[in-house]
Ligand binder design. Sequence first.
Ligand SMILES: C[S@@+](CC[C@H](N)C(=O)[O-])C[C@H]1O[C@@H](n2cnc3c(N)ncnc32)[C@H](O)[C@@H]1O
Length: 228
Amino acid sequence: MADLHDRWVAERRNEYYYKLAKKLNYRSRASFKLIQIDNRFGIFKAGDAVVDLGACPGGWLQVAQERTWPNGKVIGVDLRYIKPLEGVETFVGDITEDSTMLELLRRFGGKADVVISDMAPNIMGHYATDHARSINLCMYAVDVCDRILKKEGKLVMKVFMGDMFESLRSELERRFQSVKVHSPAASRDTSSEVYVICQGFYAKTNVKLRKPKVDEKKPEFTVKGGFI
Ligand SMILES: C[S@@+](CC[C@H](N)C(=O)[O-])C[C@H]1O[C@@H](n2cnc3c(N)ncnc32)[C@H](O)[C@@H]1O
């Protein structure tokens, strides 16, 4: 009975944020999760350079753009095509592919202040599988940080909670001064999704960084650290 009630509350909440997103011209209700995270943890500042992983349809891109204005630089990548958003660069790619990583480094052409990742696997409904796939995507986001994030930079990342979370947390704690788990009010109550808020990137992980090969046809690096 409690389950049914919880689901009912969650659905009303989703509907509330869905309508609010429409009203405020955000592309997704996920925007409110990032707004709430930023309000609480102070992620963005004017002029920041931001990389958004799993950015489609673009709700987080909009928030990142607003909150780094003026002079912010925002780039987004997703498996799916993102409808153009003025002032923001986007491209289609799979972040688990070497070619996408190279394309991101090429297009961005500098270091980022913030990496945000709302990436989620296709939900199978099998808890352990969904969790494992989510952790895998998170490790790719960590890999992006190792390549692109400035010293003192920040990472905000979605993860589906489960027993592999502690291994992810230790990878993060090797790299960031502060690692916090947070569930913004706009997040669905019934899902296992949480956000990890990482601040103070050391930019000197003792994991040996692989160098992306220049030859696009045959990229050689693979993702490091405890991959599934
Ligand atoms: C919850 S949606 C992101 C919503 C977005 N933050 C917004 O506010 O509009 C998750 C996205 O992750 C993307 N994704 C999943 N795996 C990915 C991968 N390997 N590379 C790039 N994007 C991926 C999916 O295509 C999906 O669009």
